[in-house]
Design a protein around this ligand. Structure first.
Ligand SMILES: Cc1cc2nc3c(=O)[nH]c(=O)nc-3n(C[C@H](O)[C@H](O)[C@H](O)COP(=O)(O)OP(=O)(O)OC[C@H]3O[C@@H](n4cnc5c(N)ncnc54)[C@H](O)[C@@H]3O)c2cc1C
Length: 466
């Protein structure tokens, strides 16, 4: 809730409060501290993790040192074009521009801050025209969070955990004055601030908001952090902030069922495909994993079978999620189509027809009936791997409108005096719907906007501008 009150006194004051200790909040804290302003981070969980820790830690960026070292000739303009094309020109071009411009310097900065990232050149992610995905050694957000938390601790930045921000205080000039924290035992504490940064992600963990804003995913599995309950957006609505693309989200069409492990989309871009329980393909899988979620859950029984080959399997072993799936028995192996049919109970003839059609497209280097281009794909190498998968909601993409300094805007486009937002709390780069998400848009806006918000908040404090 937002409480409007003039001249509210607080027991303790911080120049900057950051709500949320995911990738966005931690980057905001490090960049504010770099400017000489030590902020306070408030995190509802006992141990910070957020969706950032659940992620595969793939961060796209253009013009990084790693790309230059690998001879990859990429520019922010190329990257911006890819993001805009994916969102069919329906995202905010200014946001795309300043975020892609800052993407390379931000990834270089993360590496300078000891985040272990390398450039992935073993396959392209759908929609990316260059090798620009940067990932941690085991492709897990835990590695990102561990590295950021270590830096925050080394720099003695104040991080208060088990601190759910329940209310924010504002005055009649729409200036944020502080926050109220609710502790797990119900105790309340009130802390004042000069600037507030909202880094508490979107509303994926709030089923009522999902039902209201994204009804097509109301019954889908939510695979993100359950503590992300839309608080930033709810506060934004109360204070009259401008909010865009509220129905937009990132889904994923390959969460193993019932094991609940993630299959990375390189399995598809390398030549894998999905079939329903009748052995029929039903979509162009390589458009992107986000839009595939709805296609998967709309199949009979809300699950399908994903099939890939042994070369993709080798690439997959770089991913901790993939290895977990293999260890849990989510992935099956077969030497021929007959064996796949006998395990999946998909009629053999149907499955053979589908393989035959795919091989026909590969051999003739043509597009299939769904528009998928097979011209650069090699015939699958045995053994075949396959898994039962369902679609899931990963995170929401709509949120608070911001300017290039990450300041939250009101409905007239004017920034609030001392309110910033980033990551999943802010509007994303994916346009209005599920199909606009280009792989990596999530962490991209978390780390870039976190860094921008922290830096500009600190500059405002230093310049006595709040
Ligand atoms: C399985 C999975 C895989 C993904 N893989 C990728 C990937 O490889 N690349 C990519 O770009 N994106 C990926 N994403 C998306 C990415 O994880 C998110 O976009 C990103 O982590 C958002 O960062 P954030 O800091 O905004 O939010 P979070 O990391 O979720 O952090 C928000 C924090 O705020 C806290 N919080 C919430 N409300 C309050 C409150 N009221 N008071 C105090 N604290 C609060 C939460 O507890 C949480 O710790 C993936 C998502 C999922 C679910």
């Amino acid at each position: 809730m937002v409480i409007t009150q003039e001249n509210k006194n607080f027991d303790v004051n911080f120049p900057i409060i950051i709500i949320g200790a995911g990738a966005c909040g931690l980057c905001a804290a490090l960049s504010a501290n770099e400017q000489g302003i030590n902020p306070l981070i408030l995190e509802r969980d006992k141990v910070p993790s957020g969706s950032s820790a659940l992620s595969t830690c793939l961060i796209p960026a253009a013009g990084t040192k790693l790309q230059r070292d690998a001879g990859v000739n990429d520019t922010p303009e190329n990257f911006a074009n890819d993001i805009i094309n994916k969102a069919r020109n329906l995202n905010d071009p200014n946001m795309v521009k300043f975020i892609t411009n800052e993407s390379g310097p931000t990834v270089d900065w993360l590496i300078e801050n000891d985040v272990p990232l390398n450039l992935i050149t073993s396959f392209f992610y759908p929609g990316h025209s260059q090798y620009r995905m940067h990932g941690s050694p085991n492709r897990t957000g835990n590695e990102l969070m561990e590295a950021l938390l270590k830096k925050v601790s080394e720099q003695k930045i104040d991080l208060m955990t088990s601190a759910l921000v329940s209310n924010i205080y504002i005055n009649s000039k729409k200036s944020i004055k502080g926050v109220e924290i609710t502790r797990p035992n119900g105790d309340k504490e009130r802390v004042g601030c000069n600037i507030l940064i909202l880094a508490c992600n979107g509303f994926g963990g709030n089923s009522n908001m999902v039902k209201k804003y994204i009804p097509e995913m109301a019954d889908a599995l939510y695979f993100g952090h359950t503590g992300n309950r839309g608080d930033a957006i709810k506060w934004g609505i109360e204070i009259g902030a401008s909010i865009s693309d509220i129905g937009s989200y990132q889904g994923h069409g390959a969460v193993t069922h019932p094991h609940g492990t993630l299959l990375f989309w390189g399995l598809m871009t390398q030549g894998g495909f999905q079939v329903n329980i009748n052995g029929e393909r039903f979509s162009n899988e390589v458009r992107g994993y986000s839009e595939q979620a709805v296609d998967v859950i709309s199949q009979e029984n809300s699950y399908v079978w994903e099939i890939w080959d042994s070369i993709s399997h080798e690439i997959g072993m770089d991913f901790v999620d993939y290895r977990n799936g293999a260890d849990l028995g989510a992935h099956k192996v077969a030497n021929d189509i007959k064996q796949i049919s006998s395990i999946t109970k998909i009629p053999l003839e149907k499955l053979e027809n589908t393989f035959e059609y795919v091989n026909h497209c590969i051999d003739n280097k043509i597009k299939d009936k769904f528009g998928r281009d097979w011209s650069n794909i090699k015939t699958m190498t045995k053994p075949y791997y396959f898994a039962k998968v369902t679609g899931a909601l990963f995170h929401t993409q709509g949120g608070l409108d911001i300017n290039s300094l990450a300041q939250v805007l009101d409905k007239s486009g004017k920034p609030f005096p001392n309110l910033f937002a980033g990551g999943g709390a802010a509007r994303g780069l994916s346009g209005p719907s599920r199909w606009g998400y280009l792989s990596g848009n999530g962490l991209l806006t978390a780390v870039v906007l976190g860094k921008i918000a922290g830096q500009n908040a600190a500059k405002k404090i230093i310049g006595n501008d709040c």
